[in-house]
Ligand binder design. Structure first.
Ligand SMILES: O=P(O)(O)OC[C@H]1O[C@](O)(CO)[C@@H](O)[C@@H]1O
Length: 253
């Protein structure tokens, strides 16, 4: 696992965008796994800025998002479909047909999970998966206690996660109680993983990921067993962590 430090949220986002652009610009065909939440927003802003300034194309890129709320329509501003259109897709030249997000209003949610899993496999699997880290160690919406062999599935959200995400809704009661998420096995099959961690509120989770044991009680701990993980963490998230850290390129300036 490679740990790269960045000074702050903005620098973390710039290092992350450069990392992704290195892949986007240097491949003929790329499948990206994408995340939502607060963490990747500025990374997406930097990708958009680069697209506008350098005309970087996404015609050869296919994307699969980690998750979607159950019962939130795709055109609802709180859906992850809407988030992705708003934060990235409509501002770059990626064909809509190449972007994939689970359908949280599908009539048969189990069938939707199977369909999504098969779609990822049919595309050849995920080359690079972008991840955020839940304060309780969740990755995607895989909450503590999720078995490491899970594929895409429906999950009951914990109160902690609903509270953490209530900032995107008018009231906590409006935060859905369930979501569809890629499973931990789905995420672990990605060829490469890029985990972004920012802010003091994530420092305990990051310390546990780096120093604790691999345990389903802390889902992100499984990343220690993946052969190709890079973590970009800012100083607030790193806190006093006592592991070797490589400095992000921006810090070397
Ligand atoms: O980036 P945030 O908003 O702190 O959320 C952490 C993670 O939790 C989720 O909101 C749930 O999947 C992810 O989208 C995100 O990566």
């Amino acid at each position: 696992m490679k740990l790269i430090s960045a000074k702050n949220y903005s620098d973390m986002s710039q290092v992350a965008a450069s990392f992704l652009l290195g892949k986007i610009k240097n491949t003929d065909r790329l499948t990206l796994g994408l995340a939502t939440g607060g963490t990747p927003i500025q990374t997406y802003n930097f990708l958009i800025k680069d697209h506008k300034e350098n005309n970087t194309s996404y015609q050869h890129v296919t994307t699969f998002n980690l998750d979607e709320y159950v019962g939130v329509a795709t055109n609802d501003p709180r859906s992850y479909h809407h988030y992705m259109d708003d934060m990235l897709f409509t501002s770059i030249d990626i064909p809509k047909t190449q972007t994939h997000i689970p359908d949280g209003v599908a009539g048969n949610l189990e069938a939707e999970c199977d369909r999504y899993e098969q779609k990822i496999a049919a595309s050849g699997g995920i080359d690079v998966q972008l991840l955020g880290l839940g304060s309780n160690g969740h990755i995607g919406f895989n909450e503590p206690g999720t078995a490491f062999d899970t594929k895409t599935h429906v999950v009951d959200l914990t109160e902690a996660t609903r509270k953490a995400n209530a900032r995107f809704f008018d009231h906590i009661d409006e935060v859905p109680k369930q979501a569809i998420t890629m499973g931990i096995a789905t995420i672990m099959r990605s060829k490469e993983i890029l985990l972004l961690v920012s802010g003091e509120r994530k420092s305990n989770a990051l310390a546990q990921l780096l120093e604790g044991k691999v345990d389903p009680a802390f889902p992100a701990s499984i990343l220690r067993e993946h052969p190709n993980v890079s973590i970009i963490a800012d100083h607030d998230a790193l806190g006093d962590i006592n592991v070797p850290v490589r400095k992000g390129e921006i810090e070397d300036d």
